[in-house]
Design a protein around this ligand. Sequence first.
Ligand code: FES
Length: 170
Amino acid sequence: PWRGENGETVYLRRDTGILGEISRVRPEDMEPGSMETVFPYIESQRGDDEALLHAQRASDAPVMLIRLRPDTPTVKRQGQENFNYGDFYAFSKVCTHLGCPTSLYQAQDNRILCPCHQSQFLATEYARPVFGPATRALPQLPITVDSEGYFVARSDFIEAVGPAFWERRP
Ligand code: FES
């Protein structure tokens, strides 16, 4: 769902817990050292609960949008262009170990934690695993902001989301 059909813009929509409530995210909405859970959203879904639910329930939908503290050193993944927007980084929330939702971002050491088997991923180093059973980095979603200042996906994930044993769709 992060690839808008017919060139539609895919926004990052805040998880407010209320299906019909559309809350798009702007950089100034987030404090340094904070995290938001976001889902893909396109304007044609407004008022269409079924479409919103479908987009939200897709296996690759949940994303963790992180704002690092200013001047935090980061390491770029080898051979990969920058997918971040300034201090903002978006990673899949689906743990690459067995698919649990990673739920916590620890700003003091920039770690993303999965509660299921305690895997930890480093947000400053393309979410590569640094502790626990996960062996693959959390896929990163390329992001930017549109002309109105809202976060949008620049493209879909460029690698498969979730554990390796999940069935891959083309
Ligand atoms: Fe995340 Fe196992 S599913 S550590």
